[in-house]
Design a protein around this ligand. Structure first.
Ligand SMILES: [Zn+2]
Length: 237
């Protein structure tokens, strides 16, 4: 009835939508990186917030920022592809002035405050230079609409992305999975335990991470990869 070659992309998108071919429509949106019309209002915001102390942020950003930016795009794709969760993903930097006194040291409660100020409906994933004092998550911290990983600084010994893939990217997937469980209304405790059991299998070399190249294509050889995620735990609610 209509051909892709005779209409521009926006028209094609609307035609698919109007003709109710939902699966084709969603695939089309995924292929062209478009936001589906019918869930436009339900789109959620995910922001990766890179948290750095003020005295080091320039050098840290020089090493890390390009990867953080690419990783944000990757996880937008991953959340859509694997869980049909349509997030608008953005990146931001939070520079923290160092307090002279230990008791005023910037911490988790300050990030909670920052999150509240920016709008609690946004999901913030902090890539932070500090670890939370307490957490029941082995790689970071999570609660409603907030996640955190302790971002490992590039050591300079190998190519930067080879360092970031296992040390940071896979950890982000772990914390995101906690949020996926919440969005999907999985049994929180059980899904959390499954994430942690699966994570331990990666840690102890029982399972490999899932590797993806720069075009988000799955690759088996970790030398070809640019991103990695943990395996998604099998879950039957
Ligand atoms: Zn966890």
């Amino acid at each position: 009835m209509f051909s892709k070659s005779y209409v521009n992309l926006a028209q094609y998108e609307i035609l698919l939508y109007l003709h109710g071919n939902r699966r084709k429509y969603l695939n089309h949106c995924l292929a062209y990186d478009l936001l589906p019309l019918n869930i436009l209002t339900a789109t959620m915001n995910l922001q990766l917030v890179y948290v750095s102390p003020s005295d080091k942020y320039k050098e840290r950003l020089r090493d890390d920022w390009f990867y953080v930016y690419q990783m944000a795009k990757f996880f937008r794709w991953w959340l859509r592809k694997k869980f049909t969760l349509y997030y608008t993903v953005s990146t931001n930097v939070l520079v923290v002035e160092k307090a002279k006194l230990m008791r005023f040291r910037f911490g988790m409660s300050d990030l909670m405050k920052y999150h509240k100020e920016k709008g609690e409906d946004n999901y913030h994933l902090y890539l932070s230079y500090f670890k939370p004092v307490w957490s029941d998550c082995s790689v970071g911290f999570f609660t409603d609409n907030i996640g955190l990983i302790h971002w490992k600084e590039y050591s300079g010994k190998v190519e930067s992305y080879r360092f970031f893939v296992p040390e940071n990217c896979a950890r982000v997937s772990h914390v995101l999975l906690h949020e996926v469980g919440r969005q999907k209304h999985y049994n929180n405790k059980r899904f959390k335990d499954e994430i942690h059991e699966q994570w331990d299998k990666h840690l102890y070399g029982v399972d490999e991470f899932e590797f993806y190249d720069k075009k988000f294509k799955r690759v088996t050889d970790k030398d070809d990869c640019m991103f990695a995620t943990m395996k998604i735990p099998e879950y039957a609610p």
